[in-house]
Design a protein around this ligand. Structure first.
Ligand SMILES: [Ca+2]
Ligand SMILES: [Ca+2]
Ligand SMILES: [Ca+2]
Ligand SMILES: [Ca+2]
Length: 721
């Protein structure tokens, strides 16, 4: 009986194996998009330089990111300098640099862009940068100021000043510029506004000698993006400047193939540029349905987290999955056909510099353990590695593909397997973990456990050695098992920084990593990580309220309590702070009302963890009621054939800085008048090449309000004269 049962089991296993043997056919003759960049928008205001380095080593060298998203600061965040908080002056053709928040940009460039770029280029890959400003009416960025949205001249100054500062001060040129992050999603950037900005920005970028071109439209989802593309598809003045079609995925994902086909017809790459719920499924769909060339991590979401301890960085759920693609598929790689005959096993293949990489994604709900035969591989040696259930990746050894181009691999459920061309020789081991637990100590605690892990492409034995690199004077750290991957470290008895080195070796290489543990002398006070007001950001009477927001964090996770205080308000004002409607009772946000008098209001956010109390003050300035500019006169006078002089006289009752924008409201069919200085009170307009009625409009804008005046001009044909 027993014997028969055993035979039966073997037979069943064989049947299972037979049934579940998928085949993936690689066809390098069928090529799709070229991969151009893996993007991220680095941001971690609380990290230390040590953590920044650790984060970027992981993000660039290991995960494989190559591209940064960054944008001008808008809003009123405590301690953050905005890019152009008020219009710099009355001339969009003149940059008054003192009015721009260059220090914030400098800090960002030094903290993130330069060290990131240096790491990408050290790998021999192209670094790329895209700029994306946000103007959410209800968000922390605040609604776009009137002078910025009503004058393409001012908008273009805002954008080009940013790009020029990056280039002239830091030698960094952005590759792409987005007019507005998620246009029409709770902001004023409808398709015609975006179109107007592109038409003005494009020629200016060229005139300034900038290589930056427009990324469009970065809609909140594929439907919105497609609608923007459709709205501007016939605008011949827009498309010469657009070099990247992009979309987010919040909502409809169904228009990816439409965007792909439109982009293909115009020879433009596509990209998925933001989504907070990234998975391998989304990555696969973006690469295969949209033919995405650019793909983005939002923030460090789902890949890496900087802990608040000043020393450690944590890998998140999708880190290892995405590494299976990004680490191996580098900018320049061309996606080629990789057809799987099993819907539960998705496959991707790429060719780069003559080398083929294959990724098998066996991590759908209905995926199962099976042998997979890959056909069509160029003969040669291949490294095979995988991650299972999002755990640290492991090398599975080197395989040789013979002239038949076939490789059969056992593939387990919930795994992502990468087959990469082995460069020959012997490769060093990869360190897949080097961490302390806990990640920090508060005296008198004095013990941590250090743990490292590694994997070797040739499956050489990997050995570990832990040493103490530095410790505070007077400390005598002991490592219980320094030759093991994991060892307790005791004797961290003196507050300060402890740095441990782990040496990870195969028989021919030595790789080192460092782990820092900070021992704090006593409990840490809470940190106020964010403090700002919004809705509106800038309060102008008769508006008299705003929303205050704060975000504290406590390192030891002590229970904290907070208090808001009004520290200062103008005489006659009577500010009241209330919990926002529908907010949870313990929410930190407050609605401030009763700001009925112009002047500065100072709000204090105070937080205590029972041991320490800290606070930050935030000033909200309430501006007096604003009166729109008054246009006293506007004239047009023909001064030469096909040319006219336009002039406006405007004043502001409050003495605000005014900016002008001249545009053509009406012209005979086919005529495109050109303004010398559309942003000046007086400008010449040329190109009035046909007889007929022209209407030129001047828009004059102060801080929050605009006035407009039409000027009519009739051009007669010579015969008519
Ligand atoms: Ca300006
Ligand atoms: Ca200016
Ligand atoms: Ca090795
Ligand atoms: Ca005014």
């Amino acid at each position: 009986m027993k014997k028969h049962a055993f035979v039966g089991l073997v037979a069943a296993l064989c049947t299972v194996t037979m049934l579940h043997a998928a085949e993936v056919k690689i066809d390098a003759a069928v090529t799709h998009q070229t991969i151009l960049g893996w993007s991220v928008n680095p941001w971690q205001p609380w990290m230390t330089p040590w953590q920044r380095d650790r984060l970027l080593d992981e993000a660039v060298n290991e995960l494989g990111l190559t591209r940064i998203r960054y944008g001008p600061q808008n809003g009123s965040r405590h301690g953050v300098v905005c890019w152009e908080p008020v219009n710099d002056d009355d001339d969009p053709e003149h940059i008054r640099w003192a009015a721009f928040g260059t220090s914030e940009v400098d800090k960002y460039v030094e903290t993130w862009i330069k060290p990131f770029k240096q790491r990408v280029e050290a790998l021999g890959d192209p670094f790329t940068l895209w700029i994306s400003p946000s103007f959410f009416n209800g968000g922390s960025t605040g609604r776009v100021p009137e002078w910025l949205v009503r004058s393409p001249g001012e908008y273009v100054e805002y954008a080009t000043a940013f790009l020029l500062h990056l280039k002239n001060r830091h030698g960094i040129e952005a590759d792409h510029y987005v007019i507005c992050n998620e246009p029409a999603n709770g902001n004023l950037f409808q398709p015609q506004v975006v179109g107007r900005m592109i038409r003005t920005l494009g020629p200016r970028l060229k005139a300034l000698g900038l290589k930056t071109r427009v990324q469009f439209p970065d809609g909140v989802n594929t439907r919105v993006s497609w609608n923007f593309i459709q709205a501007l598809k016939d605008d011949a003045e827009v498309w010469p400047w657009v070099t990247h079609l992009s979309y987010h995925l919040y909502g409809s994902k169904d228009e990816r193939t439409l965007i792909r086909d439109f982009a293909k017809a115009r020879g433009i790459p596509t990209g998925q540029t933001e989504y907070m719920s990234q998975t391998t499924e989304v990555l696969y769909d973006d690469l295969t349905l949209a033919d995405a060339s650019y793909w983005s991590i939002y923030g460090w979401g789902r890949v890496l987290t900087v802990n608040h301890d000043g020393a450690s960085v944590r890998r998140e759920s999708e880190y290892w999955n995405f590494r299976q693609v990004m680490h191996y598929v580098r900018p320049g790689a061309v996606r080629i056909e990789a057809a799987s005959d099993d819907a539960s096993l998705r496959s991707l293949a790429f060719v780069h510099k003559g080398k083929t990489t294959v990724v098998l994604l066996n991590d759908l709900k209905d995926s199962r353990k099976q042998d997979v035969t890959v056909k069509g591989l160029p003969a040669g040696r291949y490294g095979v590695c995988r991650t299972v259930n999002r755990r640290a990746y492991e090398e599975l050894g080197v395989q040789t593909v013979a002239a038949d181009g076939t490789l059969t691999l056992p593939v387990v459920k919930a795994s992502v397997v990468t087959v990469y061309a082995h460069p020959g020789g012997n490769l060093p081991p990869t360190v897949t973990g080097f961490d302390a637990s806990p990640t920090f100590l508060v005296a008198p605690a004095s013990r941590v456990v250090l743990a490292a892990s590694g994997t070797d492409p040739e499956q050489d034995p990997v050995t570990f050695k832990w040493t103490v690199a530095s410790q505070p004077a007077g400390a005598k750290v002991q490592l219980a098992k320094p030759d093991a991957d994991t060892t307790p470290a005791t004797g961290l008895t003196v507050p300060g920084d402890y740095v441990f080195t782990v040496t990870v070796s195969d028989p021919t290489h030595v790789v080192t990593r460092q782990v820092k543990v900070i021992v704090f002398a006593k409990n840490n006070p809470p940190e106020i990580l964010d403090l700002h007001n919004r809705i509106p950001i800038t309060v102008t009477l008769p508006e008299s309220k705003t929303l205050l927001r704060a975000w504290p964090n406590d390192l030891e996770k002590d229970k904290w309590t907070f208090d808001w205080k009004v520290m200062k308000q103008p005489a006659g004002a009577n500010v009241v702070l209330d919990l926002p409607p529908r907010a949870k009772p313990d929410a930190t946000a407050r609605v401030a009302t009763g700001m009925t008098v112009a002047g500065d209001y100072v709000f204090r956010f105070e937080v205590t963890d029972g041991h320490n109390t800290v606070h930050k003050d935030h000033t909200v300035t309430v501006h007096p009621e604003n009166h729109p500019p008054v246009i006293a006169d506007a004239t047009a006078r023909i001064d030469a054939p096909g040319s006219a002089a336009l002039s406006a006289k405007a004043a502001d009752p409050d003495g605000d800085t005014l900016t002008h924008w001249w545009w053509t409201k009406k012209a005979p069919a086919g005529v495109k008048p050109v303004f010398d200085h559309p942003g000046h009170a007086s400008t010449r307009v040329t190109g009035l090449t046909a007889a007929g009625e022209y209407v030129f409009t001047v828009t004059v804008v102060d801080r929050t309000k605009a006035a407009e005046r039409d000027v009519k001009l009739t051009v007669f044909s010579r015969r008519g004269r």
